[in-house]
Design a protein around this ligand. Structure first.
Ligand code: HPA
Ligand code: ZN
Length: 341
């Protein structure tokens, strides 16, 4: 079953599939360790977040031109639309590209034209979140934010990613206040590798509307209560967590089970699908298969994604009706199967 969903935790740079990487490297004359896409993908075995980020940032030197960013984002939007995604709110890391010598105007031009094209061709609604690299520190984030202000109408919010431990949300209070003053949405990665205190800080000091990952919030009962009471969404990425060893190796042991049981507003996303084994539909298929989630639970996750997304109430109502219809179909298929057994 393909569930209609909103994908809320997706790094556009993490959608750089190996064949695309090789093609862009050849076009732009950038050296890669190998030009065999299968060999590149075979190297994607990670011990933790940092070991992934090292490979990821090294790959991203291939992205140079407006076309590169356009084709990357369009490829993601088309692929995810085919997997049921109706709405995507994707991150990009401006600092990575600026540090690679690419002008911010080039990045925005490519991404924004892809968003427009995909809306027309495959009917997906998408918006862009500007994400700061926490390991480059608060001054760099503020400088990046000021550099992005001329493009204010091309992104709807700010985010925080990269190496978590040692770079707590508190460092970024000022830049988040600047974003709030601009009327931008605010989200942040917290509790992926960092402890519950990172999630508290993201809520209390950055004023985030959603927490990206948030897995380690479960270690603190008072925090779980806060997330539940305030209906704060967690954008959970099951296949990413297994690949980066931030969850147990077997999906059946993933904290998603407890999050659902605790009544948290959990959503499912793919994070960096080119590296972690799949897109949102692949994540749904994996949790259904490995965790034995019921159709009602899968529908809840799909509905939660629209509840948590930055869309109008009218759009939300339309998407939620679609989730309800899909649940009806899933349940009738299940009862037909049961009758045949
Ligand atoms: O999962 C992630 N965590 C932090 N930073 C990232 N940048 C890309 N993916 C990630
Ligand atoms: Zn992420």
């Amino acid at each position: 079953m393909i569930w209609p969903t909103a994908e809320l935790h997706i790094h556009i740079e993490g959608t750089v599939e190996s064949p695309f990487l090789v093609a862009a490297a050849r076009r732009n004359g950038i050296a890669l360790p190998t030009y065999d896409p299968a060999e590149l993908s075979a190297r994607y075995v990670f011990a933790d977040l940092q070991s992934f980020l090292d490979v990821h940032y090294s790959n991203l030197t291939v992205l140079r031109t407006e076309r590169d960013f356009h084709d990357l984002a369009l490829g993601y939007l088309e692929r995810s639309a085919a997997g049921g995604v109706r709405r995507a709110e994707f991150f990009f890391d401006p600092q990575t590209h600026i540090n690679n010598g690419v002008d911010l105007a080039v990045v925005f031009a490519g991404l924004t034209s892809a968003v427009q094209e995909a809306r027309e061709t495959v009917g997906i609604s998408a918006d862009i979140l500007l994400s700061f690299l926490r390991d480059l520190g608060p001054d760099a984030a503020e400088e990046t934010f000021r550099a992005a202000l001329p493009f204010r109408d091309q992104f709807i919010g700010v985010a925080l990613d990269s190496t978590e431990i040692g770079y707590p949300p508190s460092l970024f209070e000022k830049v988040y206040a600047m974003a709030a003053a601009e009327g931008l949405h605010r989200v942040a990665h917290a509790g992926e590798e960092g402890g519950p205190e990172y999630v508290w800080e993201a809520l209390d000091l950055l004023g985030v509307e959603r927490v990206d990952h948030g897995n380690r919030a479960l270690e603190d009962p008072a925090l779980v209560e806060r997330l539940r009471a305030e209906r704060i969404p967690l954008t959970v990425c099951p296949l990413s967590n297994v690949a980066l060893r931030t969850a147990p190796p077997a999906l059946k042991d993933h904290p998603l089970r407890r999050m659902l049981d605790e009544g948290l507003l959990v959503t499912i996303s793919s994070d960096d699908p080119a590296y972690f084994g799949g897109y949102v539909d692949d994540n749904f298929a994996a949790i259904e298969r490995e965790m034995g989630l019921t159709s009602v639970e899968l529908a809840t996750l799909a509905a939660n994604s629209f509840v948590a997304s930055f869309i109008s109430d009218e759009q939300r109502a339309g998407y939620l009706a679609e989730v309800a219809e899909t649940l009806t179909v899933a349940e009738s298929l299940a009862s037909t199967r049961a009758l045949g057994e």
